[in-house]
Design a protein around this ligand. Structure first.
Ligand SMILES: [Zn+2]
Ligand SMILES: [Zn+2]
Ligand SMILES: [Zn+2]
Length: 242
């Protein structure tokens, strides 16, 4: 029991699991992943490069509290292996050339290092400067729970439609027109097995996902009430149930 309770405390080593050997002094690790082996702890930068469908906790000084990649400023980029689409830098250079030069040079360096845009400040400031680096909000449903993410689409010449970009990244869109919700393929597989082996209804399976997302208060997980119907319809459409 003592060993289990030790998981609620901060580990003896407070340096980041990923970058401690590369950075001097080591970055302090305040965020940990409860879905990875042995609950590794990360600094904020390394946490942002972490798996987008894992549950994270942040050390508050006295205890761990749940946090999300979205709260930490993560943006899910489509089309370039997780890196921001270069089309936005090009668009800004065309429409806002004066402010783009120095800022983008700094940002691009950071982006190439971390393959993502760091911090919610970047997104907020982009809204005020009127540039083209807008993000969209998406609900992505995985077998481990329901995740909210800011996403940035690829806008390169000849880019795919949004629902095709989702499919290329292993996400099944709820609609082909301006999708705001998507399911991971593993989520659909898990639901399919639930139907076959446990005769679980779509609403019960979805209630389980809400409970996995917020165990204490599943009712406050904000989702569209039509999603269970959508989930059932998708399974019926994808394959016959034996
Ligand atoms: Zn780190
Ligand atoms: Zn993880
Ligand atoms: Zn692109």
């Amino acid at each position: 029991m003592c060993v289990i309770l030790e998981h609620e405390a901060r580990p003896l080593s407070t340096s980041c699991t990923l970058c401690s050997s590369a950075s001097n002094p080591p970055q302090e690790a305040l965020i940990r992943c409860t879905d990875c082996f042995a609950f590794p702890s990360f600094c904020k930068v390394c946490a942002l490069s972490h798996h987008p469908f894992h549950h994270l906790q942040c050390w508050s000084g006295t205890h761990y509290t749940p946090t999300t990649l979205k709260d930490l400023g993560f943006t899910l980029n489509f089309g370039h292996n997780g890196a921001p689409c270069p089309g936005y830098a090009t668009m800004q250079a065309i429409f806002n050339p004066e402010s783009s030069q120095e800022d983008l040079a700094v940002e691009d360096t950071q982006d190439s290092e971390h393959h993502l845009l760091l911090g919610p400040d970047v997104h907020n400031s982009s809204n005020h400067t009127g540039d083209m680096r807008e993000t969209s909000h998406m609900t992505i449903i995985n077998q481990a729970g329901i995740f909210e993410h800011n996403v940035r689409w690829c806008i390169c010449a000849n880019h795919d439609e949004h629902h095709v970009q989702l499919l290329r990244h292993g996400l099944f869109p709820s609609t082909t027109r301006d999708p705001r919700t998507a399911f991971t393929f593993s989520c659909l597989d898990a639901y399919h097995i639930d139907i076959v082996e446990c005769k679980t209804s779509a609403s019960s399976h979805f209630a389980k996902l809400r409970r996995l997302t917020n165990e204490a208060f599943p009712h406050i997980v904000k989702v569209c009430l039509l999603i269970p119907n959508c989930l059932g319809t998708l399974i019926m459409a994808i394959g016959p149930i034996p």
